[in-house]
Ligand binder design. Structure first.
Ligand SMILES: Cc1cc2nc3c(=O)[nH]c(=O)nc-3n(C[C@H](O)[C@H](O)[C@H](O)COP(=O)(O)O)c2cc1C
Length: 454
C-alpha cells in the first residue's frame, strides 16, 4: 500500500504518472475519447440512453410516512435534468422497522402515489430538458443491524460480529432475528417490488450491499438454522426473492447492488480470503462465492449487477475513496487511487464472469474532473458496461449533460471527497453536497455537524 495523499493532480500527465508510480496500470485505464460514455446501451429488455448512472444516495429527507419530501424531489429533479441514463434511486425501506432513519424513504400502499408522481415528474423533466428519459431503478432495502427507524439504534441483526456490533449498538442483551422473521421478509420484498412497478419504476434493486440485512446474510457463516452456515443457506433468501419476482413480475427489471468483498475477516466477512489475514482487521478479496452467486442470479433474469464493497462504517475508504475522513475518522492506510483501483478491479472480475449481463461500476468521484476519462478507459476495456457516481452527483448533478455535450468537467464544480455529505448523514440528515450545493446543506452542516447556527 502506498502512502495516503490527497487528490492534487493539475493535469492528466500528473495522474498518469501517479498511476504508473503506484503500479496501477492494469487496474486504472485512461481514454481521451469519451464517446463510449455517450452511447446507448440497448438489449432486448431495456434501453439506457447513455452509459452514465447516478448511484443510490440516501438523502434522509423523506416525510415521516416514508414518501419523498421537498428536498428529495429537488434532488431527483436535478438528477433528471443532469442527463444520466440511469437513476438508481436511494435505499428505500421495505418495512417500517427496517428504516435506517425516521426520514428514510419507505414505500407502502398508502404513499405509492407520491412516489408515482415524482417518477413521472422526473421522466417529464428529463424529456423536456434532454429529449430522453432515464431508466429508473428503486433500491429496496432492509437496514438490518443498522435499523434506526426512530433515530435510535434498533438493530435487527443476524449474528454477532466483533467488527461492527458496537457501531450497530448491539450488546449482550440483544438477540439475532429469528428465522421466521427472515422467512416473512420475502413477501415484503415482493410487495415493495409490485408497488414500485405500479409507481412507474422500470425495475428494482434487491440491495445486498454495505452490510445491510441481505448483505450481512451472505456472510452468516456463524449463524445457526436454515439461513446460516452453508453457501446455499446464506444465499437462499436473496435467490428466492429473485426467483419469485421473475415469475410474478416477468416484465419488471431486476437489479442487484452487491457487495462482492466485505473486507472484514472470515468468518464474518463475505468475498474474503480465508487464509490471508496479514493486515489486522483487513483481508484480501476472494471472489469464489460472489462469482457463484452472480452466475446463479444471472440465470434468474437479474439484468444489472452494481458492484460495490465493504461496510462504509468500518472501511469507508474502500467504498468511497476520500481526501478527508469524517470527523473522528482515521486517515486511510492506502492511497485513495489504490482504493479506486480496487473497486475497478472487483468490478472487472465480475464482468469477466457474466459477460452477457450489464455490470455497473463505482468508486469514481474521488477522480473529480478526470473521472470521465478513467470511466471511458474502463468501458473500452470491457471492465464494466456502465459507470456511476454518488458524491459527484450530489456536487455536480449536471455531470452527464456536460460529458454528453463534449465539455470537460469543471473541477470547481466537482466533488472534493471531503466526506461532509457522509457527516451530515451520520448526523441524521438531510444530506447533500455541503460544498457545491450550499443551500440548504451548508446551513444544515453548521447546525447539525458543527453544532452551531450561522
Ligand atoms: C451520503 C451517502 C449516501 C449513500 N447512500 C447510499 C444508498 O442509499 N444506497 C447505496 O447502495 N449506497 C449508498 N451510498 C454509497 C454510494 O452509492 C457510492 O457507492 C459511494 O459513494 C461511492 O461512489 P462515489 O465515489 O461516486 O461517491 C451512499 C454514499 C454516501 C456518501
Amino acid at each position: 500500500m502506498a502512502e495516503f495523499e490527497k487528490f492534487n493532480f493539475k493535469n492528466k500527465e500528473e495522474l498518469l504518472q501517479k498511476i504508473e508510480e503506484l503500479n496501477l496500470k492494469q487496474s486504472v485505464f485512461w481514454s481521451d475519447d469519451l464517446k463510449i460514455l455517450q452511447t446507448a446501451l440497448v438489449n432486448d429488455r431495456l434501453t439506457i440512453p447513455n452509459r452514465m448512472a447516478v448511484h443510490p444516495m440516501e438523502g434522509l429527507d423523506g416525510r415521516e410516512d416514508g414518501a419523498p419530501g421537498d428536498l428529495t424531489k429537488a434532488r431527483y429533479l436535478n438528477f433528471a435534468r443532469g442527463g444520466a441514463g440511469l437513476i438508481w434511486w436511494e435505499a428505500t425501506s421495505i418495512v417500517p422497522e427496517g428504516k435506517s432513519n425516521k426520514n428514510q424513504l419507505y414505500l407502502n400502499p398508502e404513499n405509492k402515489d407520491k412516489f408515482a408522481r415524482l417518477v413521472a415528474e422526473v421522466n417529464e423533466t428529463a424529456e423536456k430538458v434532454n429529449g430522453y428519459r432515464p431508466l429508473n431503478f428503486l433500491q429496496l432495502n432492509h437496514s438490518g443491524r443498522y435499523s434506526a427507524p426512530v433515530n435510535k439504534k434498533m438493530p435487527l441483526f443476524l449474528f454477532n460480529d466483533p467488527y461492527s456490533d458496537e457501531k450497530a449498538g448491539i450488546s449482550e442483551d440483544n438477540q439475532p432475528v429469528k428465522d421466521d422473521y427472515l422467512e416473512k421478509l420475502k413477501d415484503k420484498y415482493i410487495t415493495a417490488a409490485r408497488l414500485a412497478e405500479e409507481a412507474g419504476f422500470d425495475g428494482v434493486d434487491i440491495k445486498a450491499c454495505h452490510r445491510y440485512l441481505l448483505s450481512e446474510l451472505l456472510a452468516a457463516y456463524t449463524r445457526e438454522g436454515k439461513f446460516g452456515g452453508s453457501y446455499a443457506n446464506r444465499t437462499e433468501l436473496l435467490r428466492s426473492i429473485v426467483t419469485e419476482l421473475k415469475s410474478l413480475l416477468p416484465d419488471f427489471l431486476i437489479a442487484i447492488r452487491l457487495n462482492v468483498y466485505d473486507a472484514i475477516p472470515y468468518p464474518y466477512g463475505w468475498g474474503v480470503d480465508r487464509e490471508n489475514q496479514e493486515i489486522p482487521d483487513l483481508t484480501e478479496p476472494d471472489l469464489t462465492e460472489p462469482v457463484k452467486l452472480v452466475q446463479a442470479l444471472a440465470e434468474e433474469n437479474v439484468e444489472i449487477f452494481s458492484i460495490t464493497a465493504a461496510d462504509p462504517r468500518i472501511h469507508p475508504h474502500i467504498v468511497r475513496p476520500f481526501n478527508n475522513p469524517i470527523k473522528g475518522g482515521a486517515q486511510p492506510p492506502e492511497h485513495p487511487l489504490e482504493g479506486a483501483a480496487r473497486m475497478f478491479t472487483l468490478t472487472a472480475e465480475i464482468k469477466k464472469e457474466i459477460p452477457d449481463k450489464i455490470v455497473l461500476g463505482a468508486g469514481y468521484s474521488w477522480l473529480n474532473q478526470f473521472f470521465p476519462n478513467v470511466a471511458a478507459g474502463n468501458l473500452e476495456n470491457k471492465r464494466a458496461d456502465l459507470v456511476g457516481v454518488g458524491r459527484m452527483a450530489f456536487a455536480y448533478p449536471d455531470f452527464a449533460r456536460d460529458i454528453l455535450s463534449g465539455e470537460q468537467l469543471r473541477k470547481e464544480q466537482g466533488c472534493i471527497a471531503c466526506s461532509k455529505c457522509s457527516e451530515l448523514m451520520i448526523a441524521g440528515g438531510p444530506t447533500g453536497c455541503v460544498v457545491r450545493k450550499q443551500k440548504p446543506y451548508r446551513e444544515l452542516y453548521q447546525k447539525k455537524v458543527k453544532g452551531k447556527v450561522e
